[in-house]
Design a protein around this ligand. Structure first.
Ligand code: XIL
Length: 364
């Protein structure tokens, strides 16, 4: 007969085991995704290299990493003739020694424009500046990266430029032409990386979003007709937890089908869910956030051209939303699969894991 103390111990252990059954060693997000031919990963800030606990979680869950800012102009190209590959190289080395693939982000972007470039660039030197940058940075990492976000966030119909192109130093100097230029130079500098056009703000039924979707489809179609080497669309997927009812799965699926019908792969590049306006109670908040992850991923993963899913960070500790979209009540954001203490949050984690389990398989 079991001693009373042993009985209590066994019962407690069973209860604990069943509570955490979802977190078995084989349940890592990267394994669930890999079973369907999908790479799961996350943005990785350079601070990852100083944070052992984060590294452990990252290695367990992630098969791919995007340097969050280390390969943007502002970091990698701090002076006309100065390149700073230190942070990017350190992340690449860490990835390589842990069997993690790395992505490149990003070569032509309206943000992260260093002061020297802002002062120097004009219509007569812009082509050369962009060409030289891409040759140097893409060339430095040639053959080592999974993919490059060659052009980031080029569409903003509200800016009223031809083709819906967003205002930027590149658009000001070259109009739409900077986009094919960037892809062509990237292809020459790195014949292997998958070349991606990355953008945000296409997921919801908000006013003006149709115009964004249309402009993106038109841009891709034009690039394809000009034989520009664009190979994939990066769907950033910065979601709004408070707008779930406006997350129109059918519309989103239709948009992605138009893209895959043009022969492009699709990468979910920066998935996260803003928790502004959601309940303060952490459990209720996690449930609401999990619903956005589920609705979004279940819709998107039906498209078998979707080969990568990355969240924009793994732990809330380093989410950019802490600064970009803090909560009005001052509580810490709870946007990502892991909390700020490196613990997986059951509701959010399971929503992502279940979406991978339910996804149809694809061949990468
Ligand atoms: C963000 C980073 O996460 C922040 O740390 C940085 O301060 C600003 O940029 N879309 C993108 C990313 O393509 O480059 C942005 O990253 C988030 C929005």
């Amino acid at each position: 007969m079991m001693h009373r103390r042993d009985f209590i111990r066994t019962t407690a252990a069973t209860a604990l085991a069943s509570r955490f059954a979802w977190l078995r060693a084989d349940a890592a997000l990267k394994s669930k995704a890999a079973a369907k031919g999908i790479l799961y990963g996350s943005a990785g800030p350079i601070t990852l290299l100083q944070d052992q606990a984060y590294q452990q979680a990252f290695i367990k869950e992630c098969a791919i990493l995007t340097p969050e800012s280390e390969l943007k102009w502002g970091t990698v190209h701090p002076g006309l003739n100065t390149y700073n590959f230190g942070p990017g190289d350190a992340l690449l080395q860490w990835c390589q020694s842990n069997g993690i693939k790395m992505r490149g982000h990003t070569l032509a972007f309206w943000q992260s424009i260093p002061g020297w470039l802002q002062k120097t660039v004009n219509p007569s030197n812009a082509r050369d500046l962009l060409t030289q940058h891409i040759q140097t940075v893409c060339g430095h990492y040639a053959g080592k990266l999974h993919s490059w976000d060659v052009v980031n966030e080029a569409i903003q119909p509200e800016d009223h430029n031809p083709d819906g192109i967003r205002n930027s130093v590149w658009q000001a100097a070259m109009g739409t032409d900077y986009i094919p230029l960037a892809f062509n130079v990237a292809r020459q500098a790195d014949p292997q990386a998958l070349l991606v056009y990355n953008d945000f703000g296409v997921e919801y039924d908000f006013p003006g979003i149709d115009a964004r979707r249309t402009a993106i489809l038109n841009l891709i179609s034009k690039l394809k007709s000009q034989n520009v080497p664009i190979q994939a669309f990066g769907l950033q997927a910065h979601l709004y937890g408070g707008s779930l009812q406006k997350l129109n799965a059918k519309l989103l699926a239709g948009f992605l089908k138009s893209i895959s019908d043009m022969g492009l792969k699709i990468l979910v590049t920066e998935l996260d869910v803003q928790d502004k306006g959601l309940p303060a109670d952490p459990n209720a908040r996690d449930q609401a956030i999990a619903q956005s992850y589920s609705t979004f991923l279940n819709a998107v993963l039906q498209n078998t051209n979707v080969i990568v899913v990355e969240t924009w960070g793994l732990s809330d500790k380093y989410s950019w939303l802490k600064n970009h979209a803090p909560r009005d009540d001052g509580q810490d954001v709870r946007t990502l699969p892991y909390d700020a203490n490196y613990q997986p949050k059951s509701a959010v984690y399971q929503a992502i894991a279940q979406a991978f389990d339910a996804a149809p398989p694809r061949t990468v």
